[in-house]
Design a binder for this molecule. Structure first.
Ligand code: S3P
Length: 433
């Protein structure tokens, strides 16, 4: 792949081959959780392969502002745990940047503190719904002010909380985590009931650090006031970042790509479960379990895929991969469609609108629904100037489109990939030609 890079604009040329062996940086979801829990554990927590994402940097900065000692040497982050009662009132508003995970998860921690704090974010985050965390945390006893019916900034007056049993109205690992984190600060047992399973990294991290966690079907229970023990932990490679490289290797004609040490937690691998029966040649080798998380190597080769309808039940566990799947769908035999994904409209951008707009710019046929998309199969894409709307996953999905389009694809504002994967374009260039 020929690359022209300026700070903002990225040009992607068609690729004839994708080849090589890569290792992706640590998982963003897991890194957030280990940092937050390390901050309130006893003693030091040393996190290896910590995600280089801007989102996880936002979490670390917020923790520092809460008085936690944080050191970072390349991908190793060490936090000196302040214990359950050691956080300090921050002097100014905490800045969650673009990161919904930072804002929602920290709101659970801050709800349990005996001080007032404010959580703010950038323009995109300031438009994202927070009522979903305000509601359960208010039931636990926190007072949380917000703008216009649940938008940031959040003004959190924490204090003595009580245990609740909370049925999540929408499947959300961030909200589940916020309630479980708040549950660490109460007497008694807090329960969260999920409508369908979401990523369970919080439960695993809590178990690894010595919390008392119970899991029965869709109910997760955490016992309050149990001390967490700081420790050394490794983060597997980010499977959501891997999705773009998997798609690149499946779609480009001469491809054979190995991705090492990818996180394979079953709550995150719905993409593989969907694509393999459609004809994707993806093999898992060297699977192992490390600190409660599964990981392994993936070998991906060019594939002819059938496409089809994504079952609604699979949508919550594919939520971050749907933009990439819509692009991939254009190269399948029957196209790809999905419904029941209204949540995509309140991510870092309105991802349904952003995918539809950019697919149309490449000349593709796409039907937009309030809660989904349908793309026809066997489409020829044309290089075009594309706008990711500041959304990292849209920029990366359309970089992959650029590998199979005719002519050059120009991605505006491409630096937004740093939200999850700052070296994305460099690594893509190293495996494609
Ligand atoms: C995440 C959960 C998902 C996902 C996000 C990361 C997490 O969000 O889209 O990128 O780390 O818990 P929701 O909880 O809003 O579904």
């Amino acid at each position: 792949m020929a690359l022209f890079t300026s700070s903002k604009i990225q040009t992607v040329s068609p690729a004839k081959r994708v080849q090589g062996e890569i290792q992706l940086p640590g998982d963003k979801s897991i890194s957030h959780r280990l940092a937050v829990l390390g901050a309130i554990a006893e003693g030091p927590t040393e996190i290896h392969f910590f995600s280089p994402s801007a989102d996880c940097a936002s979490t670390l900065e917020c923790l520092k502002a809460l008085g936690v000692r944080v050191e970072r040497h390349s991908d190793v982050v060490t936090l000196q745990g302040a214990g359950l009662e050691g956080l300090k009132q921050p002097p100014t508003a905490l800045d969650a940047g673009n990161s919904g995970s930072t804002m929602r998860m920290l709101s659970g921690i801050l709800a349990g503190q005996p001080f007032q704090s404010t959580l703010a974010g950038d323009a995109s985050l300031s438009g994202r719904p927070m009522q979903r965390v305000i509601e359960p945390l208010a039931q636990m006893g926190a007072r949380i002010g917000s703008k216009d019916g649940g938008l940031p900034p959040l003004d959190i007056q924490g204090g003595t909380l009580h245990a609740i049993r909370y049925e999540l109205p929408v499947p959300s690992a961030q909200v589940k985590s916020a309630v479980l984190f708040a549950g660490l600060f109460v007497e008694g047992t807090t329960e969260v009931v999920e409508p369908s399973a979401t990523r369970d990294h919080t439960e695993i991290a809590l178990e690894q650090m010595g919390a008392k966690i119970g899991r029965h079907g869709r109910t997760i229970a955490v016992r309050g006031r149990a001390k967490l023990q700081g420790r050394k932990l490794y983060v597997p490679g980010d499977v959501s970042s891997a999705a773009f490289f998997i798609a690149a290797a499946l779609l480009v004609e001469n491809a054979d790509l190995v991705i090492h040490h990818v996180g394979l937690n079953p709550t995150r691998t719905a993409l593989l479960d969907l694509l393999v029966p459609m004809g994707a040649r993806i093999k898992v080798t060297n699977a192992e379990s490390l600190h409660g998380e599964l990981l392994g190597d993936l070998r991906v080769e060019s594939s002819k895929m059938r496409g089809g309808e994504i079952p609604e039940a699979a949508v919550p566990s594919l939520i971050d991969e749907l933009p990439m799947l819509a692009v991939l769908g254009t190269q399948t035999e029957h196209g790809i469609s999905f419904r029941g994904a209204r949540e995509l409209r309140v991510k870092e951008s309105d991802r349904i609108a952003a995918v539809a707009e950019n697919l149309r710019r490449t000349g593709a046929e796409v039907e937009e629904f309030p809660d989904g998309l349908r793309v026809a199969g066997r489409q020829k894409l044309r290089g075009a100037e594309l706008d990711p709307h500041g959304d990292h996953r849209i920029a990366m999905a359309f970089a992959v489109a650029g590998l199979v389009a005719e002519g050059e694809t120009v991605i505006r504002d491409s630096a937004c990939v740093g939200i999850s994967y700052p070296d994305f374009f460099k690594v893509l260039a190293s495996i494609s030609s």
